[in-house]
Design a protein around this ligand. Structure first.
Ligand SMILES: [Zn+2]
Length: 411
């Protein structure tokens, strides 16, 4: 290209051609080109003029989706037990918006803002932990109610509404150790005061699911919704809990939050058999879960593809649906005018073994693989990931887990 040609003004900065667009909630699907200008989606239409673009990206044979939104992540690297670094993982998974859920409480929020949110290439938002100490330690954050300072938490939310999109409370036997349901009552009060969604984590109680469910409201998020723990939302006969289902009818959001402890094929299959799909498919990625059997968000999405959801159903649950749950429907879409957060994927066909957190195996024939990730119209570079922390060991039964393409079901 001559220097004159390089300086010639072009209509588009980047044109992604030849791919199949998947953005069902925006009404966009099929063989369409995606044009980007000034960091925003300029146009989505068939056969756009390649000569009008400074750069052309060939997506033939693949899928073009909005950048993924992961509604359940832990990215407070270096200050918490769980946190990983978002940018290097984003570049290989297509996740352009990361909601960190409860890693920071009031005392650690300023550090999250300065050291994590500010320098990240990806979009970072957070749910503030009701516990002022957040997730510095693996658990027990509510076992001392002195840390449940709702006035202080409210002050932090009011001053940081650009980044704090809701409240997080992990409610299970370990997090609350001995104090019962009280932290959830306080989290309810905090969420009501600041008028933001409350994300509640369930697992192994006490408390019981019934104690939790009467403190949930429409617009709240029930994460680990397909847990196999004793707070699971489906009974042994495969019947979903009526109180939880009634809440969901009114707008309670079912979020997967796979992690190392919270995705059970038995629960998932029972719920899907009962005709209930999750609203959002998220990873709960952290220092342990990244080692498998969760691995990353595309692997988690692949599990749902192989459970029978269609590609558009799966993609909506990791783009527009989490955007709506975060009340940020300006994100997670390829609609013209949206920020140009874009992910390219291909589907690899083969014989794979996927596992839930109990290491129960299911065969699958499709694996979703990210090939390019763009934020504000710029491709994220693939950069090395920091080594895992010395304490980041998988539960004993998950050790030695292999990637789906390398796994074999032993006879
Ligand atoms: Zn989590």
């Amino acid at each position: 290209m001559s220097s004159d040609a390089a300086r010639e003004p072009k209509l588009y900065d980047t044109l992604i051609v030849g791919g199949e667009v998947v953005d069902p909630d925006a009404g966009l699907g099929g063989p369409l080109d995606v044009a980007i200008r000034d960091g925003r989606i300029a146009e989505v239409a068939p056969n756009l003029d390649r000569m009008a673009a400074r750069e052309v990206v060939d997506a033939a044979g693949g899928y073009v989706t909005p950048g993924l939104i992961d509604l359940h992540t832990h990215i407070y690297w270096g200050a918490t037990y769980w946190g990983i670094e978002a940018d290097p993982v984003a570049a290989r998974t297509g996740v352009t918006t990361w909601l960190d859920v409860g890693s920071s409480g009031a005392y650690s929020w300023p550090g999250f803002r300065r050291y994590i949110a500010a320098p990240s290439r990806v979009r970072v938002f957070a749910l503030l932990n009701l516990s002022s100490i957040g997730l510095i330690a693996p658990t027990w954050e509510f076992s001392n109610l002195d840390y449940c300072d709702i006035d202080l938490a409210q002050t932090m939310v009011e001053a940081n509404r650009d980044l704090i999109l809701g409240i997080k409370a992990r409610i299970d036997a370990n997090t609350t150790r001995g104090v019962g349901i009280r932290p959830l009552e306080l989290a309810r009060e905090l969420a009501d005061r600041v008028e933001l969604p409350l994300m509640v984590h369930i697992g192994n109680g006490p408390p019981t699911l019934a104690e939790v469910s009467h403190l949930l409201r429409p617009g709240d998020i029930l994460t680990h919704c397909f847990t196999g723990g004793n707070m699971r939302i489906v009974d042994d006969a495969g019947v979903p809990d009526p109180a939880i289902m009634a809440l969901r009818e009114q707008g309670l959001v079912f979020d997967i939050g796979h992690g190392t402890g919270s995705f059970s094929y038995q629960t998932a299959e029972a719920m899907l058999n009962a005709g209930v799909m999750p609203d959002v498919i998220s990873s709960d990625i952290h220092q342990m879960a990244i080692q498998g059997p969760m691995f990353d968000l595309p692997t988690t999405l692949s599990k749902f593809l192989n459970l029978g959801l269609s590609l558009p159903e799966v993609i909506a649950r990791a783009t527009s649906r989490p955007a709506a749950a975060m009340r940020r429907s300006d994100l997670g879409s390829l609609r013209p005018g949206s920020p140009a957060d874009v992910a390219l994927f291909r589907i690899e066909e083969g014989e794979y073994v996927f596992r839930d957190v109990h290491m129960n195996a299911r065969r699958g024939s499709q694996r979703l693989i990210n090939t390019l990730t763009m934020v504000d119209g710029e491709a994220l570079p693939r950069i090395p990931e920091s080594p895992l922390h010395p304490w980041a060991t998988l539960p004993e039964w998950q050790r030695g887990v292999r990637a789906p393409e390398e796994d074999r079901i032993e006879a």
